[in-house]
Design a protein around this ligand. Structure first.
Ligand code: F6P
Length: 318
């Protein structure tokens, strides 16, 4: 099943899990709408042909939902009963932090074997260098910033561009460097408003006529892109300022080749690990190899931002 926010590559992961099951002659059922569908017994038997033509599709054919009922003991009991009725003996969950927390509690209560595949554009999961959808989202965002830069430079404007990432700055930091942003604001570091305006003044003095500032939605300064615009409007008169909030378009679209390959590898590893009798792990990519991290570590551990990128960004904006 897929759970939590959708991410490009989830379909490729579904395909991989289903085809790995077919390869090992294991019956496979897809669970629709995440934990809510599990509670309601919304299952569909799947074979190798059920997943044809989806490797290149964004979103998730199994759909996704956030279930409040699964947060209750009664809800989880219903989910367990549905799985037993369907003769399911192992679960692969493609999702993020919240989905893994649910899987872990479910295992602790019912001893049900669970395996996680990290699927979120935020890349904020410990135990893998990349989550499904992250690479695609980076490419989508860089493409859009390039387009916005055309307007920024034609009109000598300063753009604040908000990208996703409530708790993690991976998208902002990488797309900021990749698209040549003048400043990058992330949840992990407080740049401070004065440093921001000072940096914008410096870039103006150095001869730049336009500027791009990439802002993660949960940036530590704690101001929305609209408040940042107001602040700059008030304190600097050298720029005409505009704002662009990229929103959910970052989660959509056809997965990149990297995400398709990663999803295919993770699906195989997840099914083979369950077959090996393993449970409560998340499949991850570490040093280009498939790796298993205990679910409780994946949830609690912090995926750290790459601080080298902050330095690279500083040097690039000289
Ligand atoms: O976790 C993925 C994510 O896209 C975050 O970056 C974003 O803050 C959040 O989901 C948005 O969630 P929703 O689609 O429920 O509004």
């Amino acid at each position: 099943m897929t759970s939590g926010g959708d991410a490009p590559g989830m379909n490729a992961a579904i395909r991989s899990v289903v085809r790995t099951c077919a390869y090992y002659n294991i019956e496979c059922v897809g669970i629709y709408r995440g934990y809510q569908g599990m509670i309601e017994g919304d299952f569909k038997p799947m074979d190798a042909r059920s997943v044809k033509g989806i490797i290149n599709k964004g979103g998730t054919m199994l759909k996704s939902a956030r279930s409040t009922e699964f947060r209750t003991k009664e809800g989880r009991q219903k989910a367990y009963d549905s799985l037993k009725e369907e003769n399911v003996d192992g679960l692969v969950v493609v999702g993020g932090d919240g989905s893994f927390t649910g899987a872990l509690i479910f295992n602790q209560e019912f001893g049900f074997p669970v395996m996680g595949i990290p699927g979120t554009i935020d890349n904020d999961i410990y135990g893998t260098t990349a989550t499904l959808g992250y690479d695609t989202a980076l490419n989508t965002v860089v493409d859009v910033i390039d387009k916005i830069r055309d307007t920024a430079s034609s009109h000598n404007r300063l753009f604040f561009i908000e990208v996703m990432g409530r708790d993690a700055g991976h998208i902002a930091l990488n797309t900021g460097v990749g698209a040549g942003a003048e400043e990058i604001l992330i949840p992990e570091e407080d740049l401070g408003l004065e440093r921001l305006t000072e940096s914008l003044r410096r870039s103006k003095r150095s001869g730049k006529s336009s500027s791009i500032v990439v802002v993660a939605e949960g940036d530590k300064i704690g101001k929305s892109v609209f408040e940042l615009k107001d602040y700059v409007d008030e304190h600097m008169h050298d720029y005409e300022v505009r704002v662009s909030v990229l929103g959910h378009m970052q989660r959509g679209g056809s997965p990149s080749c990297f995400d398709r390959v990663l999803a295919s590898r993770m699906g195989v590893k997840a099914v083979e690990s369950l077959l090996d009798g393993k449970t409560n792990f998340m499949v991850g990519l570490v040093n280009d190899k498939m790796n298993l991290t205990p679910l409780d570590q994946a949830i609690k551990g912090q995926s750290k931002i790459n601080t080298e990128l902050l330095r690279v960004s500083d040097i690039m904006t000289t």
